[in-house]
Design a protein around this ligand. Structure first.
Ligand SMILES: [Ca+2]
Ligand SMILES: [Ca+2]
Length: 920
């Protein structure tokens, strides 16, 4: 897989530099005006003389006045000369910058009153010696001023802590007529940097949701979009009586539920109206799964099979009932997890806003990429049934390495925004870059992503490479070439590795390889050197570096080992790196969404690990056939911690008290491959307590449950040493499940004091295959073909379908079960619930009786579950292919292939060239 962008290698530095940095950061920000050079020239100030005054009408509200004052302040700073603000409805004398609606704008800007600008659009228009910057409403005017300062004057609000203000003694702008309406009506980049309302407004972002909604705005900035109604995951809060709760959600088709929901919504909305708030409220599913009632299920089945159908029908119904009471009321809801696929044969009333939240997509690729087909294709389907859609995009790592982990999704985000922009129904975008208020501020790509995202939400036609270059040049100064190369390196590494970005991407994901991290580290070294004389720029570079530092610190033992083996010199400089990392992250209380106290991360990073040896069970196996997932990637809950353990493969393990009954040690499926089937082995040990050998030591299971949890007895682990505990199920990625994890739980029996889990080793399961399928190879110690039992059968070297040999059964009237079958040592592993086909060629010399091919399923205790047989080969027939299909039973572990001839046969029968295959 190759990303379609600029590909950067070390040798391409010059070429890339020319792509990224041809707009050199040299001439006082001249490169920032690339889009606005063709209008009428207006000299705002020249060499200390100010030519224009800023005018605002007397009825302007706080937002417009604030914007006008900002215009004055920034122009003054840029020109080094004082601009004045005039509040007047009179006709300006002399050259004027008119901010907002004003008696003179009626004739100059008729668009202000014809509705085409919406809440956010504006016009920047030159007429004679006047320049008007105005929207229909105050937010539009504010946007116009910020747009003017940014795009025309060159002020760049790169982050809440760094604004680039050009120095232009000769301040000239080129203005013609610029009518701007944002593509997306609602635009929110959700990250803690964005808590700065002025920063959001400067970058034309108008969202204020989540915990931000609880923070009062200052009057001049109190102008946020209310497109998405407030209130989520509130089915049970709005319909409180538990008799109406069902399978995790509501009895969606129930008349009482709909009536009660509508009454609750009417109450909430009336209350909001009375408080001067937007007459809207959310009505959306609980943040869990749904096992629907039969009525809801059958409604879903009648509408495309999506569980969104009963939900959407209920919400539409409730919205109509609410509207009958409050005509202007609007309702918000979610298409999320089980309700993400759009229903068929339904439409939504136009007072419902649906937020599509594809949390499980691969966030490293655009939503319209092949790998995200099941998510991308739903946009058009939702657009067919609703004209009010918002896309909630996931832009950070909630778990795994956490928010700080390098998350190369800049191009994926840009392509997703560009793709959804094609659907007029999609009116808004929410880009989630943090899980909560305790998340990061100003690290990694967050600032860059916010800035680029904000631009694309205004105008998705902007070129993402130009935007990245503009930010990188402006923000990182002399370090820009190295930061630019790092951005390309980490994105290309993701594309080359084929890894996915999920909300729980593991630290050991292949895009964070030795080679990539070594190159990244080198680039950051160069970047720091380039700005070593500029402490503020150095701080910005180091904040970008935290992601690489996190990975290098976590995996230092492994990287040092690899460097050593390959004779590569790479100074990991652990002490300084750790100190730098801590100093830049200490104000970030939470490094991931749950149980993510930053102190816990420091504790993990301080553990002195060693490079773990190759596990004994995968010795000599090709590297692509096994994966070692260390405790770094576990989720530790309920008191579990990562501790030094000299017995552990890397000298560290997750530890949980033996008295706990929590599923305290977990491995999320995002740490496991998405392709193929895998056997899992947990390397675990205990600190022995006291108990009988048969007492439970610990248990483990897969959630959601696929099979009863399994356990280990005290007798098996009482020596306190690590052993590879086989997880007795085959793991296979299931895209239907938004959450899946393996959990470990002490038995709290007193038999153990502590449970330790060092690592989980996943071993690829090969497709099933029959051993010695043509009966050509002899067993070393007997008269039968190798791997087959042929009690009573004959290994025939004179008759064959393929090769020169086959197996033959001669009539044996006294034998009620006259068979050839797979030997125990060559039983074929199968996956419970999987369908299979066994095939074989039979030549039948018998005129009577039954000759057939079959299969026997076998459980973990080597007991027989049952047989499946082909009805029987044609009597007196030459070589003919036969097959027998079966579904592996829930308890099946193996199968043995069988060939039989019964007591009524009167001639020989041969079997050759058998095979087994999975049926998709
Ligand atoms: Ca370990
Ligand atoms: Ca053969």
């Amino acid at each position: 897989m190759t990303r379609k962008r600029v590909i950067v290698g070390m040798l391409l530095l010059v070429a890339v530099t020319s792509v990224f940095y041809s707009l050199a950061f040299a001439e006082g920000g001249a490169w920032l005006e690339r889009k606005h050079g063709n209008g009428k020239k207006a000299m705002l100030a020249n060499n200390g003389n100010v030519m224009y005054s800023v005018y605002v009408g007397s009825t302007a509200d706080a937002t417009v006045r604030h914007a006008a004052q900002e215009l004055v302040d920034y122009l003054t700073q840029v020109a080094g000369a004082p601009f004045g603000l005039t509040i007047s409805d009179g006709t300006p004398e002399g050259p004027a910058l008119i901010v907002g609606k004003h008696p003179v704008t009626d004739a100059l800007v008729p668009e202000l009153s014809n509705g085409q600008l919406g809440d956010d659009g504006f016009v920047i228009r030159s007429s004679g010696s006047r320049i008007v910057i105005a929207g229909s409403g105050s937010r539009g005017t504010m946007n116009g001023v910020n747009y003017f300062l940014d795009r025309y004057v060159g002020v760049k609000w790169f982050s809440p802590t760094y604004t680039f203000v050009p120095d232009k003694r000769k301040l000239q702008v080129s203005v013609d007529s610029d009518l701007q309406v944002p593509r997306f009506q609602y635009r929110e980049m959700f990250v803690n940097d964005g808590n700065d309302e002025q920063f959001r407004a400067h970058n034309l972002l108008n969202g204020k949701s989540h915990y931000r909604a609880q923070v009062a705005s200052v009057p001049g900035l109190d102008s946020w979009s209310d497109y998405v109604p407030t209130g989520v995951h509130n089915f049970h809060a709005l319909v409180t009586d538990a008799v109406y709760h069902s399978g995790g959600q509501l009895l969606a088709m129930n008349e009482d539920v709909r009536r009660i929901a509508a009454e609750s919504l009417i109450g909430k909305i009336a209350q909001r109206k009375a408080g001067g708030l937007d007459p809207s409220y959310g009505f959306s599913q609980q943040d869990t799964t749904w096992n629907p009632d039969p009525q809801s299920r059958s409604f879903a089945e009648a509408h495309g099979g999506s569980l969104a159908a009963p939900i959407i029908d209920m919400i539409g119904d409730a919205a109509n009932r609410v509207r009958a009471q409050i005509p202007e009321a609007r309702i918000g809801t979610l298409a999320y997890q089980f309700s993400y696929p759009a229903p068929t044969g339904l439409t939504l009333p136009d007072n419902v806003v649906v937020t599509l939240a594809p949390i499980d997509k691969d966030h490293g690729q655009s939503i319209d990429s092949a790998g995200n087909e099941r998510y991308g294709q739903q946009i058009a389907k939702w657009a067919a049934i609703s004209d009010h859609l918002v896309v909630w995009d996931y832009l950070t790592n909630f778990n795994g390495g956490g928010y700080l982990q390098p998350y190369p999704n800049l191009y994926a985000m840009a392509d997703t925004i560009k793709h959804i922009a094609q659907y007029p129904a999609v009116k808004g975008y929410f880009g989630q870059q943090t899980g909560g208020a305790r998340g990061p501020v100003g690290v990694g790509f967050d600032e860059l992503r916010t800035w680029v995202g904000a631009r694309l939400l205004w105008n998705p036609d902007e070129d993402v490479n130009d935007l990245i270059a503009e930010f990188v040049n402006g923000y990182y100064g002399a370090a820009a070439p190295y930061i630019g190369e790092y951005i390309e390196l980490i994105h290309q590494s993701l594309a080359d590795s084929g890894a996915t970005l999920t909300i729980s991407t593991p630290i050991a994901s292949p895009y964070l390889s030795f080679e990539t991290m070594r190159q990244a580290d080198g680039l950051f070294g160069q970047a720091e050197a380039a700005v070593s004389g500029d402490p503020a720029a150095l701080n910005r570079v180091q904040r970008m570096r935290t992601g690489a530092d996190l990975i290098i610190l976590h995996r230092r033992a492994e990287f040092a080992h690899e460097a050593d083996e390959r004779n590569i010199v790479w100074s990991l400089d652990v002490a300084n790196r750790l100190q730098r990392f801590k100093s830049l992250t200490q104000n970030m209380p939470s490094f991931r969404i749950d149980n993510g106290d930053i102190q816990q991360l420091y504790q993990l990073l301080e553990l002195e690990r060693i490079a773990p040896p190759v596990p004994d069970i995968v010795q000599n196996m090709p590297a692509e056939d096994w994966i070692d997932v260390q405790d770094i990637d576990f989720r530790l809950l309920s008191g579990a911690t990562a501790v030094y353990d000299g017995k552990a493969s890397d000298h560290a393990a997750a530890r949980l008290s033996g008295s706990s009954t929590a599923w305290g040690i977990q491995l999320n499926n995002t740490s496991l491959p998405r392709d193929g089937r895998w056997k899992l082995y947990a390397y675990a040990r205990v600190d022995p307590g006291s108990g009988s050998p048969g007492a439970g030591a610990f248990r483990f299971g897969l959630y959601p449950t696929v099979s009863a949890p399994a356990g280990v007895t005290f007798g098996e682990v009482s020596d306190g040493e690590y052993r590879a505990v086989e997880i007795p199920w085959t793991y296979k990625y299931n895209p239907e499940l938004s959450v899946q994890y393996l959990w470990f739980q002490p038995s709290a029996s007193g038999a153990i004091q502590n449970l330790y889990v060092d690592r989980i080793v996943a071993v690829r399961e090969k497709p099933p295959a029959a051993y010695n399928p043509g009966f050509e190879t002899a067993a070393p110690d007997g008269p039968y073909p190798d791997g087959w039992q042929a009690a009573g059968g004959v290994w025939d070297s004179g008759t064959a379908h393929g090769g020169s040999r086959s197996i033959r059964l001669d009539p044996e009237p006294a034998n009620a079960f006259h068979v050839v079958y797979t030997a125990v040592s060559k039983w074929i592993p199968v996956v419970p619930g999987q369908a299979y086909k066994v095939k074989g060629w039979i030549k039948n010399g018998s005129m009577t009786g039954n000759v057939s091919l079959g299969v026997r399923q076998i459980n973990a205790a080597n007991g027989s579950i049952g047989y499946a047989w082909h009805p029987g080969a044609q009597p007196d027939s030459d070589w003919t292919p036969y097959e027998v299909s079966f579904m592996a039973a829930p308890t099946a572990r193996f199968v043995s292939i069988y060939f039989k001839s019964d007591q009524q046969t009167d001639g020989p029968a041969w079997l050759d060239d058998v095979s087994i295959e999975e049926v998709p």
